[in-house]
Design a protein around this ligand. Structure first.
Ligand SMILES: CC(=O)N[C@H]1[C@@H](OP(=O)(O)OP(=O)(O)OC[C@H]2O[C@@H](n3ccc(=O)[nH]c3=O)[C@H](O)[C@@H]2O)O[C@H](CO)[C@@H](O)[C@@H]1O
Ligand SMILES: C=C(OP(=O)(O)O)C(=O)O
Length: 435
């Protein structure tokens, strides 16, 4: 199992360019199944989850042409649906969350789909009910073999309907949208998720010939078409990585310029880091974080302790709460972090407490961070990465700590961050990967 050995305490200085967005990549790679024509994707991140998904598509019969530098061509003109019954498929699909989004395109184009229970971060229950309720409303029938943990979907006729989703699930909305684009007639999806990932998926589908209005809102209207064609699509920079770099810069007193951020798509992210007192300077499309000795958590207008919590977009993304939490450790002041969506995403804070952080876990969803205001540095320790974002939060803690820390299970970090050790070492970090 690979580990990172991190010698902490260095200030970093330089430029970082964010990778293409992981969660958008998982959506748009699945969308290539909607057409037999060629689809070219630019700015795909070279990360474990995305590469696993591309391998899965290749095994399914998709012709994949990796042109380098994040550009990949896909042609889905000879799909082997029998692969979906194989053990190889079950193992592959069960290794990541994003694989669930092949169901919508398969149903749409081939009228059937199969899926084992997907993998992804173990951060609490991750129900798929929104997906299946949506498929059913559009005319599909499904069965679930609880013993094998395997879903089977069939649909002779898919017909547009009015859908009010039980929750604005990100992957659920993507799946239902990709089913509806070729269903007969009009579909309305209300309470749709509207993260930039979905906005981008909508734009890609429109460029393939889909008829969608309401992009960017929680009310999508889709007029079904009979077929979709090829397209070229460029992914957004990964805003979770951008947020991670802001937190990293603040914790390590580093001066970092984050290049080409698509500021217009960052929602509340810059403002939420500013709430911790961090200077986040927007310079054109770059973000400049100056080296800051101190940063002070902004209280509420009445002087009370602020709460930072997650919510569906345009609320603050749950995927950055672990980063906000670790960044608050060296702030002055107190903040309550409330992770509303996931049941077990905060337990990694025990490791931060071992390092000297002042944090009280109030319950599985809430933690109070009492900033130590650089009175002392965190102590190095050995830890294991439980999920992608906690893994990077631990990496940030280790980079700010005195001494050499070890993080094992770093394939969790590799699922979502491209060559993170090399990129940070290039601006002054000291991270050694041991395989
Ligand atoms: C591959 C991918 O794209 N993964 C992302 C996607 O996962 P994913 O699409 O799996 O997450 P969902 O949006 O379905 O929901 C995540 C969790 O939040 C709960 N929930 C959701 C909406 C809501 O209003 N209230 C609520 O409590 C759900 O019950 C579920 O437990 O979206 C999550 C939420 O942004 C992100 O953390 C994941 O990184
Ligand atoms: C939770 C995440 O990923 P996944 O849904 O792929 O497990 C994430 O990207 O933070």
């Amino acid at each position: 199992m690979s580990t990172f050995k991190i010698k902490g305490g260095y200030q970093l200085r330089g430029e970082l360019t964010p990778q293409g967005a992981k969660n958008e990549a998982l959506q748009v790679v699945c969308a290539v199944l909607l057409t037999p024509e060629k689809v070219t994707l630019h700015n795909l991140p070279d990360i474990r989850d995305v590469n696993f998904l591309i391998d899965l598509l290749e095994e399914l019969g998709v012709k994949v042409n990796r042109l380098g530098n994040g550009t990949v061509e896909f042609t889905s003109d000879e799909i082997n649906l029998e692969y979906l019954q194989s053990e190889q498929f079950k193992t592959r699909a069960a290794s990541l969350r994003g694989s669930v989004m092949i169901m919508g395109p398969l149903l749409s184009r081939f009228k059937k789909a199969y899926m084992p229970k997907p993998g992804g971060d173990k951060i609490g229950p991750r129900p798929l009910d929104t997906h299946f309720l949506g498929f059913s409303k559009l005319g599909a029938t499904f069965s679930y073999d609880a013993k094998a943990g395997f879903y089977t979907l069939k649909a002779d006729n898919l017909e547009g309907k009015y859908l009010l989703l039980d929750e604005p699930s990100v992957t659920g909305t993507a799946n239902i949208l990709m089913t509806a684009v070729m269903a007969k007639g009009k579909t309305t999806i209300y309470n749709a998720a509207c993260e930039p990932y979905l906005q981008q998926l909508c734009l890609m589908l429109i460029s393939m010939g889909a008829k969608i209005t309401g992009v960017g809102s929680n009310l999508l209207n889709i007029e079904g078409v009979t077929e979709l064609g090829g397209c070229t699509h460029t992914l957004l920079p990964d805003f979770i990585e951008i947020g991670s770099f802001i937190g990293l810069a603040a914790m390590t007193q580093s001066e970092i310029t984050i290049k080409d951020c698509r500021i217009d798509m960052l929602g509340r992210i810059p403002e939420t880091f500013r709430r911790l007192g961090i200077q986040v300077e927007i310079k054109g499309d770059n973000i400049f974080i100056p080296s800051q000795t101190k940063y002070e958590i902004q209280r509420m207008i009445d002087g009370s302790i602020p709460t930072i919590y997650d919510a569906p977009w345009p609320g603050f993304t749950p995927d950055l709460l672990s980063i906000i939490l670790v960044t608050a450790i060296q702030a002055s002041g107190t903040v309550l972090i409330h992770q509303k969506m996931f049941d077990s995403r905060l337990f990694f804070i025990d490791r931060l407490k071992d390092m000297g952080a002042q944090i009280i876990l109030c319950d599985p969803h809430r933690a109070t961070v009492i900033g130590i205001n650089r009175e002392y540095k965190l102590r190095a320790t050995s830890m294991s990465s439980p999920d992608i974002r906690a893994g990077v939060a631990l990496l940030i803690a280790a980079l700010s700590a005195e001494g050499t820390s070890t993080i094992s299970n770093i394939h969790q970090i590799d699922r979502g961050y491209q060559y993170i050790d090399k990129r940070l070492n290039a601006i002054g970090a000291n991270i050694v990967r041991e395989d």
